[in-house]
Design a protein around this ligand. Structure first.
Ligand code: OFO
Length: 169
């Protein structure tokens, strides 16, 4: 069972996670148009991870005996001025999601909902990684510059990214 406010915000979070996937797929499309297939692959994998996050919230709501209600997704940003601009967008979005997770945790604590607190602690830890990986990518691009051969080496490195859901999920 979930309190009314927590249920509403968790349903909202299902939307935000699938919206994140939608945004990152738009970033993949941008990088494909720039012939940076490794960057595109990185964001396709990121989109897959976001769908996993969305499904994790979806399953939790259902397991708590409540009703999942899906909402519409916002239009993604499709145009970016540069690689730095595109990755900065992703980093800002991750910071926004972190604030959302903290807000959910505050509500779960107010309601003393221990299963939700446990779920959200997983997401608190996950957001540390999400922000760190996007921040690291941004710093690498800023350091090597957008036009040299370094960017193609980084593109090759990003092409190796894979996503394996944690065991048991
Ligand atoms: Fe990128 O962590 Fe979910 O949204």
């Amino acid at each position: 069972m979930l309190g009314e406010r927590l249920l509403e915000e968790l349903n909202e979070q299902v939307k935000f996670e699938y919206e994140s996937a939608h945004y990152y797929l738009a970033l993949a499309a941008y990088f494909k148009a720039e012939d940076l297939e490794g960057f595109a692959h990185f964001f396709e994998v990121q989109a897959e991870e976001e769908r996993f996050h969305g499904q994790k919230f979806f399953n939790f709501i259902d397991e708590m005996g409540e009703r999942v209600v899906l909402k519409g997704l916002g239009d993604p940003e499709n145009d970016f001025d540069s690689i730095v601009d595109a990755i900065s967008f992703a980093l800002d979005h991750e910071k926004f999601i972190t604030k959302r997770i903290y807000k959910l945790m505050d509500i779960a604590r107010e309601e003393s909902n221990y299963p939700a607190i446990s779920l959200l602690q997983w997401f608190v830890d996950e957001q540390v990684e999400e922000e760190a990986s996007m921040d690291a990518l941004l710093k690498k691009v800023e350091r090597i510059g957008e036009n040299g051969t370094g960017i193609y080496m980084l593109d090759n490195e990003l092409a190796q990214r894979t996503f394996t859901p944690p065991a048991g999920e």
